[in-house]
Design a protein around this ligand. Structure first.
Ligand SMILES: Cc1cc2nc3c(=O)[nH]c(=O)nc-3n(C[C@H](O)[C@H](O)[C@H](O)COP(=O)(O)O)c2cc1C
Length: 136
């Protein structure tokens, strides 16, 4: 139904592209598997994110719900998140490398860069009709 789209209920102060308004964080998951093609496209979108010195410090560690490590990933979550996240198709842990790869000196932007990459991933997911819900 078209009126379930966030853009029909979210009112922006200024005109922006609907991709930003339509990205949101539902907790209702279908429990469907995610295909490798879809998942790799999400990581590919993240890959094209800008980063300091083009260092690309983000790293994604994942388990699909059918994977052998699934219960380990679920155990990382607090109870409040586990309740709904157990129905996700994939759980992804995002970490970032603290030092630049080219000289091993500390990067002060590694977390910022990883956050930008997550946003690319989340937007690509939303555009594909896939729920991406961030969790601390
Ligand atoms: C880094 C980060 C951590 C978050 N942690 C949680 C969380 O632990 N549990 C949860 O239900 N939502 C979490 N969220 C989702 C936010 O609550 C949500 O993005 C925010 O309320 C705005 O809503 P929207 O994404 O639907 O626009 C997190 C989002 C981000 C970006």
């Amino acid at each position: 139904m078209s009126n379930t789209k966030p853009e029909n209920t979210r009112k922006t102060d200024y005109k922006i592209n609907s991709i930003f308004v339509n990205r949101w964080s539902p907790r209702s998951m279908t429990g469907e598997e995610i295909s490798d093609d879809d998942l790799m496209s999400l990581f590919e979108a993240a890959r094209w994110s800008p980063s300091s010195f083009n260092n690309q410090p983000w790293r994604f560690i994942y388990s699909k719900r059918t994977g052998s490590e699934w219960s380990k990933f679920l155990d990382l979550l607090n109870e409040g998140n586990r309740i709904w996240a157990k129905e996700a198709g994939v759980l992804v842990v995002i970490i970032s490398r603290k030092n630049f790869e080219y000289n091993e000196k500390p990067s002060i932007t590694h977390q910022f860069d990883a956050g930008a990459a997550w946003k690319n991933l989340a937007l690509e997911a939303s555009i594909r009709g896939i729920v991406a819900h961030g969790m601390q």
